[in-house]
Design a protein around this ligand. Structure first.
Ligand code: GLU
Length: 502
């Protein structure tokens, strides 16, 4: 099909089961990219017929993550559109109506068999010893297809529950071409008359998905390869109604480093977790694109607008993708380093405020009001050193939060041959004498003088200062750190450390 001649409509159709999994986020992103590339529409449909009421929250989680990623939808929940509703739980009557049409056309039938009984028969067959796989596999024997009109009427009159089964055409070949997996041929002999509406009135996945994709005029289906084997059944449904069959693109599996399907065992796999861990949107999208797609096998960094230009369904790989946390981390560091400072400031400030709230810290030594101004100054000191926003907490919080010296650092100089108190008194004086403008070069000049006077390497003097003002043997660049801490707070911490070791 020529893409230019038809309006592309793609969809992301999550079943909300708790959070937005990395794999689902990739599916959403590839659909979104394809719509952006072709000027098409990106539709969000929630497949929620299986979920319990109390899981309503999970839908909001998914919407929230999609919005955070910037994957806005043209039609769907909260936006509406011509082909709604966009939640399957609100479309149940539509599925029933179409199923009854199929019954009228002799393409489906009511099945009154008890599900429990069928389950047992299925199990008995599977348990048979010394049989081939084929002999063991259970296919519904079409008992209810043979019911007379009178039987059916009696059953209905007596209120017997029933499911609706699709009548699979016999010995037909289903052919289709998947963009990634190529030509696929399946004979209907291997497909049983599958249930389309359960006895509780709810549709099964293969049926509702096909009805919705057709009614919502979806032109391209882009989804995980776990649905490759469902596609023939869906094509049967399209054919039964003479609906147009969309193009199919199945995305390769995502594996962990150990070659197993990516799961919780491999660490964080939800977008929510990555947000919490301080990953930035641009890095996540960039990395998602690399899971199964590549441009030239060597380029790693792609902005979203570059991806819109370069992305092609035909360059998706069949080979399973490997999820590489360290690569994602590296990409995240790259985006942080290259982010403009005003944007980074917003993100770091938010991160810091969330941290303070989570720890219920209200008293800041350097006033909450100062957070904004100070963080702006702190950024050049930390930008190159962090790979996630969260890592900034350790570097930023000592600028604001009262420090309490660990035992180790309180006794750090005990057996060292330097006169710590003398050095600290000199530092105190040197800092006091810096003019109130508190320029970093004056701070540096005054402090270096101490090491000259004492004929002691500056490294040693710096170590003492660092422990006193930072409660650590490492800190961001010392003079800038002192400048940002401010005169008052620097002096206060020096005094406090003198008190502790005296
Ligand atoms: N609700 C299905 C899932 O989450 C969607 C499958 C599809 O895209 O057809 O796996």
């Amino acid at each position: 099909m020529n893409e230019k001649n038809k309006d592309v409509r793609v969809r992301f159709a999550p079943s909300p089961t708790g959070y937005l999994h990395i794999g689902s986020a990739r599916t959403a992103f590839f659909n979104w990219l394809y719509a952006a590339k072709t000027g098409g529409k990106f539709i969000l449909r929630i497949e929620d017929t299986d979920i319990a009421r109390h899981q309503e929250e999970t839908i909001n989680l998914i919407l929230k993550s999609l919005k955070w990623l910037g994957l806005n939808w043209d039609e769907g929940p909260e936006v509406s559109g011509k082909y709604g509703p966009y939640r399957q739980s609100l479309r149940v009557e539509i599925y029933k109506k179409y199923a009854h049409k199929l019954i009228e056309d002799n393409k489906a039938y009511r099945c009154f068999c008890s599900p429990d009984l069928l389950k047992e028969e299925r199990k008995d067959k599977a348990d048979k010893k010394n049989k081939t796989v084929e002999e063991k596999s259970f296919k519904y024997d079409r008992k209810c297809l043979k019911l007379s009109q009178k039987n059916i009427k009696d059953n209905l009159d007596s209120g017997k529950p029933y499911a609706i089964r699709f009548l699979v055409p016999e010995n037909k070949t289903i052919n289709y071409k998947d963009t990634v997996y190529g030509d696929i041929t399946v004979n209907t002999a291997s497909i049983e008359d599958f249930i389309i509406i359960r006895s509780n009135g709810l549709p099964t996945y293969n049926y509702s998905v096909a009805i919705d994709d057709a009614l919502m005029k979806i032109t391209h289906i882009i989804r995980g390869e776990d649905h490759l084997s469902n596609t023939p059944k869906q094509i049967l449904i399209y054919n039964a109604f003479n609906f147009n069959v969309p193009d199919f693109t199945h995305l390769p599996m995502i594996l962990g480093q150990d070659g197993q399907k990516l799961s919780k065992r491999h660490g964080s796999i939800s977008i929510e977790k990555y947000i919490e861990e301080g990953f930035v949107r641009e890095a996540i999208l960039n990395y998602l694109a690399l899971l199964g797609w590549s441009y030239d096998e060597k380029t790693t960094i792609f902005s979203t607008s570059e991806l819109i230009k370069k992305f092609e369904l035909s360059s998706i790989n069949k080979k399973p993708a490997r999820f590489d946390y360290n690569k994602l981390l590296w990409i995240n560091g790259y985006y942080i380093r290259n982010m403009d400072n005003s944007h980074l400031k917003q993100l770091l400030e938010k991160q810091m405020r969330n941290y303070l709230a989570s720890k219920n810290i209200k008293d800041l030594e350097n006033g909450v009001k100062q957070l904004d101004k100070k963080i702006e100054k702190i950024i050049p000191l930390v930008k190159e050193r962090i790979k996630t926003l969260k890592e900034s907490i350790n570097l930023i919080s000592p600028f604001f939060i009262k420090i309490s010296y660990s035992d180790e650092l309180a006794t750090y100089f005990k057996n060292k041959k330097i006169n710590t108190i003398d050095i600290l008194n000199r530092v105190y004086k040197a800092i006091s004498e810096v003019s109130d403008k508190f320029y970093v070069k004056d701070i540096e000049k005054n402090l270096r003088l101490i090491s000259e006077r004492l004929n002691l390497s500056f490294r040693k003097v710096a170590e003492v200062i660092r422990i006193a003002i930072w409660n650590s043997t490492i800190s961001p660049p010392l003079f800038e750190t002192i400048e940002i801490l401010g005169k008052e707070l620097t002096l206060k911490r020096i005094k406090e450390y003198i008190r502790i070791i005296s």
